[in-house]
Design a protein around this ligand. Sequence first.
Ligand SMILES: [Zn+2]
Length: 269
Amino acid sequence: MGKPSTITPKKSLRFGSFVFSPSREVSKNIKVYSRLFRCRKDGFDYMGQIKIDLQNFVIKVEVFNKNYFDYFNSSLNNVTLALKKLLFTKLLLEKSVPEILRETAFSLLKNNAIERKQSPTLDLIKDHKVNLKEIFDKLNTKYFKSEIKATIKWGKKVNKKNLTSFRFGSYDAKKQLIRIHPRLQQDFVPISVLELTVYHEMCHQWAPMKRERGMWIAHHPQFKEKESEYSFYNEARSWEKENWKKLMRPIRKKIIPDKVSTLSKKMRS
Ligand SMILES: [Zn+2]
C-alpha cells in the first residue's frame, strides 16, 4: 500500500468548541498545572485534559475519547501540536489563570522562537550520493531497532506525465518489497523527502493494516503516530504539499547537441 496518491491542499483543522472546567486554587510552588476540558464537535462531546509542566515547560494534551482524532486527515503529531497551541492560548485568555502560568507561557514562546531558528534547512539530493539501501539501513537502526526485513529498489521509470496523482512509494507486504519512485532521485528533491518516503513504506511493515468496521485501514492512528516520529517529518511534508506537482513530470533528459540530429532521425524512422 503506497502513500496517499494525491495530496490535497492544506485544510485548516476544525477542532470544535472548548470549555474548561473551573480553575482550582493553586499553591505558589505548584509543579504541574492541569485543567479538564470539554470539547463539542459536530454534535458530540469529548473530554480531555491539558497538563503544563511548569518546571520543564512541557505541555501535554490528551483527549480521552480517542475517536476524536479520526476526524482529522493529518498525522496525530500535527493534530496534537495544533491542539496544544489552541488550548494553551485559550487558557491564557482566561482571567482566572494563575500568574505562574503566564510566566511559563512567556518562556515557552521564547524557546519556540529559538527552536524555529535552529530548524535545519532542506538539504537537497544534489549534494548527496543517493543509495536506497544505505538510507533504509540508517532508518532501520534509528527508528525500528533494525527489525524491518525488506528489499528496497527504485520503481520503473515512466516517461509519461502523470495526470492526476503521484505515488511516492509502495510496499508489497507479501514480497516484503519497497519500491521508491525514481523521480525522487532528481536533484531538486530534498533528502528528507526521499527519506520520509522510505520511512513511510517501512512503517507499513511496523504497523500493519488493520480491519475496522469491515474495511482494511493502512494509515490508521498508530501508523500515523509512528510515521510522525521521523525527525524532519514536518519539513518534508510541507515540501511535498507545495512541490508534488513538479514530480508529475518525467525526468528531463539533458539534450546533448551532437545527438539531437540522430535522435530526430530515429524518431522519423
Ligand atoms: Zn502508505
